[in-house]
Design a protein around this ligand. Structure first.
Ligand code: IPM
Ligand code: MN
Length: 357
């Protein structure tokens, strides 16, 4: 099979981790006879530096015409401490999500047995943790009308019913294929927009009688993720709550460097690690490439390349079990980001798919 992939390495550790993902994809391509064609495009701070825009026209054009988008990370501290900056790297990502209509962001949280000791939580609390967060990605406070005066500023949190329905449908469907539990996280005791989420999800739940629906206020959900994380199966939530809760949930596994995500749109799909650009580590070859590699695994699965995705997953499992890991999750014999990528692709190359008998 031939697949055309837009590669947006972005800022900070983005290029380093994406390079490992491409190694892994090349190994998969070689093994299964697929042709993965990459087209690199600029986004974020590096795009501002080179073109003046965080999302150049060419990037949009390429992303729209490819089978999938792989993204590294966005953000550069040189823009962070200037609240008056008109152009910021993050605008590139937000605009890309909006332009491609990527309304659903899917963030699976998985625990690896051999890494449990790295979690800030006690091992017994992690028993049975396996959840996925469905975060709305193109609405809410991120995209509402913004206003600013001399001494006031405001960000509107607006949701239309159809924006809730389309992601809720995906979350319900995911729940039917998983443990048939869906928890809507909102702030319906305070926010009108949350009450619309709650009513919409309540109404929709009639069409999914096999799914047990529960509701949690976001403050309580933040606590429940720590005290009893195994209660969750599918979490459905709005853009900002999903942003915050997914970072929180990511540490359950011991490192945010392990979490991948996919974003669905009307036509396009984008895959990116949940972690940010980690500028302090930029160019040091120490970042954990697993989140980025697992994003590739999600992409292969969506391409219906199930065996290929399984091979990537088993290479990740192999590296985790054999301590072939970067410093964030391996203090003793830490490997470089590129070494972990090499080990993964080597492991994939060893996999035999075709029997000669
Ligand atoms: C994320 C990131 C982004 C977000 C930033 C970089 C704009 O934190 O993907 O979670 O807030 O959505
Ligand atoms: Mn985030």
């Amino acid at each position: 099979m031939k697949k055309h992939i837009a590669v947006l390495k972005g800022d900070g550790i983005g290029p380093e981790v994406i390079n490992q993902s491409l190694k892994v994809l090349d190994a998969v391509g070689l093994l299964f006879g697929h042709q993965f064609q990459y087209e690199e495009c600029l986004i974020g701070g590096i795009a501002i530096d080179q073109t003046g825009s965080p999302l150049p026209e060419r990037t949009i054009k390429v992303c729209k015409s490819t089978d999938a988008v792989l993204l590294g990370a966005i953000g550069d501290p040189k823009f962070d401490n200037d609240p008056s900056a008109k152009i910021r790297p993050e605008q590139g990502l937000l605009e890309l999500r909006k332009t491609l209509g990527l309304y659903a962001n899917i963030r699976p949280i998985k625990i690896y047995k051999s890494l449990i000791h790295l979690s800030p939580l006690k091992a017994e609390r992690l028993d049975g943790v396996d959840m996925v967060i469905y975060r709305e990605l193109t609405g809410g406070i991120y995209f509402g009308k913004k206003e600013k005066g001399e001494d006031y500023a405001s960000d509107l949190c607006l949701y239309n019913k159809y924006e809730i329905e389309r992601i809720a449908n995906l979350a319900f469907l995911a729940a039917t294929k998983r443990n048939r539990k869906l928890c809507l996280v909102d702030k319906a005791n305070v926010l009108e927009s949350s009450r619309l989420w709650r009513k919409t999800v309540q109404d929709m739940s009639k069409h999914y009688p096999e799914v047990a629906v529960s509701f949690l206020y976001v403050d309580n959900a933040a606590m429940q993720l720590i005290v009893n994380p195994s209660q969750f199966d599918v979490i459905l939530t709005s853009n900002m709550f999903g942003d915050i809760l997914s970072d929180e949930a990511s540490v359950l596994s011991g490192s945010i460097g392990l979490l991948a995500s996919s974003s669905f749109g009307l036509d396009n799909k984008l895959y990116e690690p949940v972690h940010g650009s980690y500028p302090q580590a930029k160019g040091m070859d120490i970042a954990n490439p697993i989140a980025s590699i697992l994003s590739v695994e999600m992409m292969l699965r969506d391409f219906k390349m199930t065996e290929e995705a399984d091979v990537v997953m088993s290479a990740v499992d192999y590296c985790i079990e054999n301590n072939i890991l970067t410093v964030d999750i391996n203090k003793k014999a830490e490997l470089k980001c590129s070494e972990v990528g090499n080990a993964m692709s080597k492991q994939i190359a060893k996999y035999k798919t075709v029997s000669i008998y």
